[in-house]
Design a protein. Structure first.
Length: 251
C-alpha cells in the first residue's frame, strides 16, 4: 500500500491481483476511500500463462511500490516461483519476471513480507521424499539477493499449501507458519539472515484432534506478539468448522 501526500490531502492506494483467462495475472489499483473505488483500468502483470497459474498470488508493499509473487501451477504443486514489482500508478516495473527458484520435484504457492529493507519470500519446496520451508530475499530495486534459496526448516513436514509469514519490527525477525502432513499448524522464527531461530522442524502452534484439522494459517505481528490465525474443520479441505487463533511471543 502506498500513501501520497499533496497539501492536506492524503491518498492511499491498494493493489488487487487476480487470475484471468487464459491464466494470466492481472491487477487493479483501488483507492482507500469507502467502497475502494477502482483507479483506472485493470492491467496485465504477466504475459505467460504458466507464471500466473498459481492457486494463490501474494502481495507486499515497501510503502512505495508493490511486489507480486506467484508459482507456476494450476494444481497444488509447481516448479518455479516468480516475482514482479508494480508501481502505485499501475506500471509493471519488471518486464521480465524475477525468477526466485526452480525445483523440478515441487514447490507450492509462496507468501511474501516486507521488513523495511527487503522483501522476504517463503514457500514450501520438495526435498527428496519430503517438503521443507524455503526463503529468498528480494531488494526493492528488483535484485534477487539469494540466488540459491535458503532452507529454513528440516523435518517440518509441511503440506503443499499456502503458508503465512510476518515480520517483527522490534526484534527484526520473522515468523512463518504452515499446515503439516497431519493437518496441525507448526511455526518457526527466522532471522534477517534467514537462519532458523527455533527447532529445525519448528514448534507446534495447534494440534489436530478428533477428526478436526487445522488449515490455511495466516500470520500478523503487533503489540509485541505474533498472531497466528487458521481455520479448523473436518475433511481434507476443512469443510465447516470455525476460525481460531493463537498468540505467539516474539522472543
Amino acid at each position: 500500500m502506498r500513501s501520497k501526500t499533496a497539501n492536506t490531502c492524503t491518498m492511499v492506494f491498494i493493489l488487487c491481483v487476480f487470475v484471468s483467462s487464459p491464466l494470466l495475472l492481472f491487477a487493479q489499483i483501488l483507492g482507500n476511500e469507502v467502497g475502494a473505488v477502482p483507479v483506472g483500468s485493470s492491467f496485465a502483470i504477466s504475459s505467460d500463462s504458466g507464471e500466473g497459474a498459481g492457486l494463490g498470488n501474494f502481495i507486499a508493499s515497501d510503502g512505495t511500490d508493490f511486489i507480486v509473487v506467484s508459482a507456476n501451477t494450476s494444481s497444488e504443486v509447481g516448479t518455479d516461483v516468480y516475482a514482479r514489482r508494480v508501481s502505485s500508478s499501475g506500471n509493471v516495473l519488471d518486464a521480465t519476471p524475477l525468477h526466485l527458484v526452480n525445483n523440478p520435484i515441487g514447490i507450492s504457492d509462496p507468501s511474501v513480507v516486507y521488513d523495511g529493507t527487503n522483501y522476504v519470500v517463503v514457500w514450501v519446496g520438495a526435498v527428496n521424499a519430503s517438503q521443507e520451508i524455503f526463503a529468498a530475499r528480494v531488494s526493492p530495486g528488483g535484485t534477487v539477493l539469494d540466488s540459491t534459496p535458503v532452507q529454513i526448516t528440516s523435518g517440518a513436514q509441511p503440506k503443499f499449501k499456502p503458508i503465512g509469514v510476518a515480520y517483527d519490527g522490534a526484534d527484526q525477525n520473522y515468523l512463518v507458519a504452515w499446515r503439516t502432513l497431519t493437518d496441525s499448524i507448526q511455526a518457526a522464527r527466522f532471522s534477517p539472515a534467514l537462519a532458523n531461530l527455533d527447532a529445525a522442524s519448528g514448534f507446534l502452534v495447534a494440534q489436530s484432534s478428533a477428526g478436526l484439522g487445522r488449515y490455511y494459517p495466516w500470520v500478523a505481528f503487533g503489540g509485541g506478539v505474533y498472531l497466528v490465525v487458521w481455520h479448523q474443520g473436518a475433511g481434507g479441505s476443512g469443510g465447516g468448522g470455525c476460525s481460531q487463533a493463537q498468540a505467539v511471543r516474539a522472543n
